[in-house]
Design a protein around this ligand. Structure first.
Ligand code: DC
Length: 221
């Protein structure tokens, strides 16, 4: 199996890029952030605080998570319920960032991610794919962009969706998440030593996709 790891900070465009590259290569695209988001949602639904480690750990034995693919789109099933929509609610982002700092949550999700990669040609995106989950991936990309560019992209996306939010607030959220994700003790966000760093601040979406596809084609040769 061929595995491609794409890591990088929130808002770098990983999922948009990864979906397009996976389609072109005929690979399965796995969005691992969705798994952390599902655990965050499960904790919030219990009325728990997602930064309370004991409370979050206490729900893990009750959680059954699986992924389904419908027309190439990933769906997350939490205890039999498709939560793909709920995990995109604004509160799910910070909840996911909080629960993802808990080592027990990370190990809970580890085998599931590794198993997918063993069984499929896949492109997996997240924060620790190249460093922890798939250290032997054939290609590792670290996709990044400046916080200002990422906040601006998010700002425009929300206007298009009809749910605008102030730019300054978005920039602040991105900075907080970057800090949380890269300063946690376990599996912090950082490029793997052998990752190709792609800074998309000055690149169009098509340029980024093209670059990754050409790197992937070199691997497949
Ligand atoms: O990619 P995303 O925004 O959906 O991720 C949500 C949160 O989950 C993010 O703040 C960090 C965490 N995460 C992680 O720690 N490891 C991953 N492989 C994927 C996401």
């Amino acid at each position: 199996m061929i595995n491609i790891a794409i890591d990088g900070p929130a808002g770098a465009g990983k999922s948009t890029v990864a979906k397009m590259v996976a389609k072109e290569l005929g690979f399965i695209y796995i969005d691992t952030g969705a798994l952390y988001r599902s655990i965050g949602i499960a904790a919030l639904r219990k009325g728990f605080s997602t930064d309370n480690r004991e409370q979050v750990i206490s729900i893990l034995p009750e959680i059954e998570l699986s992924l389904k693919f419908v027309d190439g789109e990933q769906r997350v099933i939490l205890n039999g319920e498709d939560v793909s929509r709920d995990i995109r609610l604004p509160e799910a982002s910070m909840a996911a960032s909080n629960v993802s700092a808990i080592p027990e949550v990370r190990s809970f999700l580890l085998d599931m991610q590794k198993k997918f990669a063993r069984e499929n040609n896949c492109l997996m995106d997240g924060r620790d794919i190249g460093t922890v989950i798939l250290p032997d991936a054939e290609l590792k990309i670290f996709l990044t962009a400046s916080p200002e560019v990422r906040a601006d992209r998010r700002y425009k996306e929300l206007i298009e969706k009809g749910t605008p939010k102030a730019y300054d607030e978005l920039l602040e959220e991105i900075k907080v998440r970057d800090y949380n994700d890269s300063h946690r003790a376990v599996a912090p966000l950082k490029p793997a030593e052998d990752a190709v760093i792609v800074d998309t601040s000055e690149m169009s979406l098509d340029e980024v996709v093209e670059k990754i596809i050409s790197l992937a084609k070199d691997v497949k040769k």
